[in-house]
Design a protein around this ligand. Structure first.
Ligand SMILES: Cc1ncc(COP(=O)(O)O)c(C=O)c1O
Length: 362
């Protein structure tokens, strides 16, 4: 009798496991801690909590959860269109930006296709690629920075998608807007360029690829409500691109992929400029605070402007464990080929101080 494993589709067996940041309640139970005293600086979430406008809208929407959500995400697409000065049919809304990347892969990739991304890139690019039986082409990242000329050199007639995140996760480095534009313009017509801007709200200047989309180049942009808008638990993200590419992704998308409170929250949060501004400010101060603290402790880290820092810390795996015992959750980067590195999400000033104090003690 064949086992389930023998019956499974081949790509499933080669899927790397996505290692998420450990939840507060799980760590608290494992180490016998009071969950209210545990801090999570592991998943690049917003330490200020959810956007207040978003939260209020989600609460109101709960009264209507006996109804299906608007499968067309009409109002959110209209609001995004206004926000970006694009058309509503140039957006696809996903259950996190994670989902729109999977939709992109499902829509376009087949065995034999190649997908180009950095050697230390967000792991979902690889998961999505392998699941379609396509081939990941990982471009080495010297000093954990993108080598964009090497991206260009990696393009072949088989390349279907190029993924680039700026700021990049897990390294935190950012690419110059001009360099990103140059890469996007240089790609041949059979290649789709996906710029992942999950952390772009934290930057002072990011690349604006909308003119390329409007001029018909195969460029898509992904964004999320999980970070600067503080809605990670509701799962909303989106892709911006041509009406044609959005129409194709919409055929693959589940009819009700984004839930009702999430849609309401995202619509309201998009207007919450004050919250996003405050988030950006607190983060910029936190990056300085964490950076200075790490320097004082003698730890090397990658300079960045996202809401996290990757730091090289001796015996990182052991430190990861010992920090949990004292109620501080961070993220080891071994699975990204960065043994000896931890990724530290920027918290509130108090949380950052606590992390630095515990690191100093260790
Ligand atoms: C670079 C990058 N892209 C995309 C995502 C996906 O975020 P979400 O699915 O919550 O929108 C993340 C999440 O951490 C990320 O780091």
């Amino acid at each position: 009798m064949p086992s389930y494993t023998e019956l499974a589709n081949q790509p499933v067996l080669s899927q790397p496991i996505y290692e998420a940041g450990r939840p507060i309640e799980v760590v608290a139970r494992e180490f016998g801690l009071d969950p209210t005293q545990v801090i999570k600086l592991a998943s690049n979430e917003n330490p200020l909590g959810p956007s207040p406008l978003g939260l209020e809208a989600a609460r109101r929407a709960l009264d209507s959860v006996h109804l299906y959500p608007d499968g067309g995400c009409t109002f959110l697409r209209e609001k995004l269109a206004q926000h970006w000065q694009m058309q509503p049919n140039q957006f696809v809304i996903g259950n996190g930006s994670n989902e729109v990347m999977i939709l992109l892969a499902q829509t376009f990739l087949r065995p034999g296709d190649e997908v180009v991304f950095g050697s230390q890139a967000f792991v979902v690019y690889k998961l999505a690629t392998l699941m379609q039986g396509a081939t990941p082409v990982e471009v080495p990242m010297p000093n954990f920075r993108h080598d964009l000329p090497a991206f260009k050199a990696a393009i072949t007639p088989r390349t279907k998608i190029v993924f680039l995140a700026s700021p990049n996760n897990p390294t935190g480095g950012t690419d110059e807007p001009e360099a990103i534009l140059d890469l996007a313009r240089s790609l041949p017509e059979h290649v789709i360029f996906c710029l992942d801007e999950a952390y772009a709200e934290y930057l002072d200047a990011s690349a604006d690829l909308r003119p390329l989309i409007l001029s018909g180049r195969k460029v898509v942009i992904t964004r999320t409500f999980s970070k600067a808008y503080g809605l990670a638990g509701l799962r909303v993200g989106y892709l911006m691109g041509s009406a044609e590419v959005c129409g194709l992704l919409n055929r693959v998308r589940q009819p009700f992929n984004v839930n009702l409170p999430a849609l309401a929250a995202a619509e309201a949060a998009l207007q919450d400029r004050e919250f996003v501004q405050k988030t950006k400010l607190v983060n910029a101060q936190g990056i300085v605070q964490l950076g200075q603290g790490l320097k004082q402790l003698g730890f090397h880290f990658i300079e960045g402007e996202a809401n996290f820092l990757a730091a090289q810390i001796p015996q990182a795996e052991e430190v990861f464990l010992r920090l949990q015992k004292v109620g501080v959750i961070v993220r080891p980067l071994k699975s990204y080929g960065m043994t000896g590195w931890l990724r530290l999400t920027v918290g509130t000033p108090e949380q950052n101080q606590r992390l630095l104090k515990e690191l100093a003690k260790l």
